[in-house]
Design a binder for this molecule. Structure first.
Ligand SMILES: Nc1ncnc2c1ncn2[C@@H]1O[C@H](COP(=O)(O)OP(=O)(O)OP(=O)(O)O)[C@@H](O)[C@H]1O
Length: 244
């Protein structure tokens, strides 16, 4: 399987007066194509710092972040902007939809940086809206949709550029628990069907359990990696054994 993300000996230290905060304290892991991974930890554990490093939004103090073969810690600001545009999709906690654009236009927006014709852009956006079950809401403005629907538009917009990797920072942080589950189920489904790679940050262990693998972070260190696929397989075998 192709490695989409490789993190090697990653450190991020912040200096606060005389104190040094080790926001990331030696992190190593790889994420493979088609995986849905969650980074889970309590407030202040280093989740956002890690996601920001992976997305090239912040620079590490030390270490390497290799995404689809690119050493992003070596890119300058301009190269990072181009890199994100071409390789990365984002799903935000507060959706970040443009209020003056309808659902279809919001989904098509990231394609406008790619020089594709308007007709092609809208066609791709339509396909993505269908994928998230919102084809009937194409003409709705964000304020004419529920929070869950707005986040489904956010998911479609992240997918439309067929990025190597999608990052989601507390994607259900502004949704009630029932809607959160629905959005997570949708994310899980589209990641599988479209063979996407997605990294989600959350403080919620239950929501993290939708991921294939869960990285637990405490004080800037990955202390445990759970593989839910192995658990599911083990559960499946047990069931078969029970029936025999
Ligand atoms: N710009 C900064 N300057 C100094 N310290 C920082 C900075 N950003 C983060 N930190 C510290 O680094 C640690 C990790 O912060 P981070 O925001 O990554 O945690 P988190 O797990 O995302 O928390 P939350 O869930 O509350 O967002 C914390 O101790 C935080 O106070």
């Amino acid at each position: 399987m192709r490695k989409v993300i490789e993190v090697k000996h990653l450190y991020k230290l912040y200096r606060l007066g005389n104190e040094v905060v080790r926001a990331l304290d030696g992190v190593d892991f790889s994420i493979y194509e088609g995986e849905f991974c969650a980074i889970v930890g309590t407030s202040g554990s280093g989740k956002s710092t890690l996601l920001n490093m992976l997305a090239g939004l912040e620079r590490p103090t030390k270490g390497e972040v290799i995404i689809s073969g690119h050493h992003i810690e070596k890119l300058n600001e301009e190269q990072l902007v181009t890199f994100r545009r071409e390789h990365v999709g984002f799903i935000f906690q507060s959706f970040h939809l443009l209020g003056t654009m309808d659902a279809l236009e919001n989904v098509a927006l990231p394609l406008s940086f790619r020089g594709e014709s308007k007709e092609k852009r809208l066609k791709k956006a339509e396909k993505m809206l269908r994928l998230v079950g919102l084809e009937k809401h194409a003409k709705h403005l964000p304020k004419q949709m529920s929070g869950g629907q707005q986040q489904r538009v956010g998911v479609a917009r992240a997918l439309v550029v067929e990025p190597d990797i999608i990052f989601a920072d507390e994607p259900t942080g502004n949704l009630d628990s029932h809607t959160s589950e629905e959005v997570l189920q949708l994310m899980q489904k589209v990641v599988r069907e479209q063979h996407m790679t997605l990294v989600m940050v959350t403080h919620d262990n239950h929501l993290a359990s939708y991921a294939d693998r869960v990285f637990h972070i405490i004080d800037g260190k990955i202390v445990k990696v759970e593989d839910n696929r192995e658990l599911a397989e083990a559960g499946g075998e047990k069931e078969t054994e029970g029936k025999e």
